[in-house]
Design a protein around this ligand. Structure first.
Ligand code: FES
Length: 88
């Protein structure tokens, strides 16, 4: 599965059910997003996905792929205030 993070595309061999947070931290070594509650409550794991803030602790990486394709070509502007991790 291909995942673009901060403008760099990675080819990953992970299960689609794996939470995005663990893909970022364990597979890519991106430690900015933190584990806090694991229940989408605290925001420690928040990243930007196509300009929208998402809780990566509860978002399966497979859903990132689906969203990426869903939003492509909508003409929505990207957020100017991207956080440390941005996924396209
Ligand atoms: S770890 Fe608390 S919202 Fe994700």
């Amino acid at each position: 599965m291909l995942l673009t993070v901060n403008g760099k595309t990675h080819d990953l061999d992970v299960e689609p059910e794996m939470p995005l947070l663990w893909v970022l931290r364990d597979e890519l070594g991106i430690t900015g997003p933190k584990y806090g509650c694991g229940k989408a409550l605290c925001g420690a794991c928040t990243v930007h996905l196509n300009g929208s803030a998402v809780r990566s602790c509860v978002l399966p990486v497979g859903a990132v792929q689906a969203r990426r394709h869903h939003h492509r070509g909508t003409g929505q502007p990207r957020s100017a205030a991207r956080r440390a991790v941005g996924l396209d």
